[in-house]
Design a protein around this ligand. Structure first.
Ligand code: TUI
Length: 308
């Protein structure tokens, strides 16, 4: 399964782990990279110095390449962009915004830049700006989402750009990976399935919510604020959606969201916290080591695609 992405990133398998806020810390990223994929540290809403520490820790436990994801709504995004250069990180992915203003500094430092996009227009803009590849992320994903499905988005992005495309959203097994390749993708980005990896440090309550989840158990909050977020339906999402329907103002809704992902990930409060997860959570059945997850996915995909 050699593609332009395995070449570009120097990885064995075309499997990239999503840069999930709070969830994708260095233990998970290093385990995915050690298993032959590309692990990503998710900066989420963390301060720049915290991200620097995470990068240093990852370097201590793996010699393989790994990346960092910058969530562009983070108030410290500028400082994190610089930390990536200072620490010699090989790959950066970006989410929830337009990373154009950092492109030149990253390219000059030899960092491979892979923006996550949710539209053809953004993919083309990123290619023109010098991106090495894009992740085309459909609305099946967990967390902050766009409004087009993976099935519709990936082939349209593939046709619109010449750089390689990585498919994301709704992919958690070999069938999803093979399907993404049929749509023209050259790698997949997987989030939800890695949340339940043995090496992932999220609270066990969070993992159990995902293992229990069925196909229709997620909800999208924040449509009215312009920042739609998919997570497992619970007291928190119900309260949010009720307030949203009543026309609550942005600040009131923000107050409800603030710190709620941390509450679920760190404290295990899956009732009042935000349990971000994709629609594919229904396929995620058990906790497994990253190596096993990647081997299962790649073996099944290869069989379906008829490749060695
Ligand atoms: O970024 C993500 N997923 C995320 S970020 C996150 S942290 C968060 N927590 C609470 C509220 C909001 C965020 C959780 N999940 N995925 C990548 C992604 N990027 N999906 C969609 C986009 C996107 C959206 C708009 C990319 C670019 C864009 O452009 C807007 C512009 O500036 O034109």
């Amino acid at each position: 399964m050699k593609t332009r992405i395995t070449e570009l990133l120097g990885i064995e398998y075309p499997v990239i782990q999503g840069g999930m806020a709070w969830v994708a810390e260095y233990n998970l990223a290093a385990a995915v990279s050690e298993a032959g994929g590309l692990g990503i540290i998710g900066a989420g809403g963390a301060p720049a110095e915290f991200v620097r520490e995470q990068i240093k820790k990852a370097k201590e436990v793996t010699d393989k390449p790994f990346g960092v994801n910058i969530m562009l709504m983070n108030p410290e995004a500028d400082a994190i962009a610089q930390v990536i250069v200072d620490e010699g990180v090989k790959v950066v992915t970006t989410g929830a915004g337009n990373p154009s203003k950092y492109m030149d500094m990253w390219k000059a430092a030899g960092v491979k830049v892979i923006p996550v996009v949710a539209s053809v227009a953004m993919a083309k803009l990123m290619e023109r700006g010098g991106a090495d590849a894009v992740v085309a992320e459909g609305m099946e994903s967990g967390g902050h989402i766009g409004s087009t499905t993976t099935m519709a988005l990936v082939p349209q992005v593939v046709d619109a750009v010449n750089i390689p495309v990585i498919a994301a959203g709704g992919i958690a097994d070999g069938r999803g990976m093979a399907a993404a390749f049929m749509l023209g993708a050259e790698a997949v980005q997987i989030g939800t399935r890695f949340v339940v990896a043995s090496e992932c440090v999220v609270h066990d309550n969070y993992k159990q919510q995902l293992v229990k989840a069925k196909d229709i158990d997620s909800a999208v909050t924040g449509m009215s604020t312009g920042h739609p977020v998919r997570s497992i339906r619970n007291k928190m999402t119900k309260e949010y959606l009720r307030l949203e329907k009543e026309g609550a103002d942005f600040m009131e809704l923000e107050k409800l969201t603030l710190g709620s992902l941390r509450k679920a990930v760190v404290e295990g409060d899956v009732v009042n916290g935000t349990v971000m997860a994709g629609q594919i959570a229904g396929l995620v059945k058990k906790e497994q080591p990253c190596k096993e997850i990647i081997t299962e996915i790649v073996t099944e995909a290869k069989k379906l695609m008829g490749v060695q």
